[in-house]
Design a protein around this ligand. Sequence first.
Ligand code: 5GP
Ligand code: ZN
Length: 113
Amino acid sequence: MSCIFCKIIDGEIPCSKVYEDDKVLAFNDINPVAPIHILVIPKEHFDSLIDISEEQMDIMAHIHKVINKIAKEQGFDKDGFRVINNCGVNGGQEVKHLHYHILGGQKLPMYEA
Ligand code: 5GP
Ligand code: ZN
C-alpha cells in the first residue's frame, strides 16, 4: 500500500503544488506552522533519510538544489529561513516518506532539542 505522500505524487490526493520536476515534488504543508511552510519530497519513496544508500545520495544534492531555488523564489535569501528533516520516532517523523520542511516568512522561534 502506498503512503500518503506517494498518493500525492500519483495525484490520488490533491496538493497545492509549489515546484515539480522528474525527481522531486514540493507543495504547501496542509497544517502550516509558519507563514510559508513548504514540503519537498523525492518522487521515489524512501522511508527516511537513514534509508538512503551511498549510491542513492545524488537525490539529496538534488533536493537541496530545489530547496535553494524555492527559497530564492520566496525571497528568503534576504531574511533567511529554516530547513527541517524529522527522522524516525525520536525525530518526530509522522509521514514515513522522506521530506524536508522549508519554513519562512517570519523570525522563527528557537526550538527545544
Ligand atoms: P513530519 O512530522 O513527518 O516531519 O511532517 C509531516 C508533515 O506533513 C506535517 O507538517 C503535516 O502537516 C504534513 N501533511 C500530512 N499529511 C498531509 C497531506 O495530506 N497534505 C499536505 N499538504 N501535508 C500533509
Ligand atoms: Zn511514499
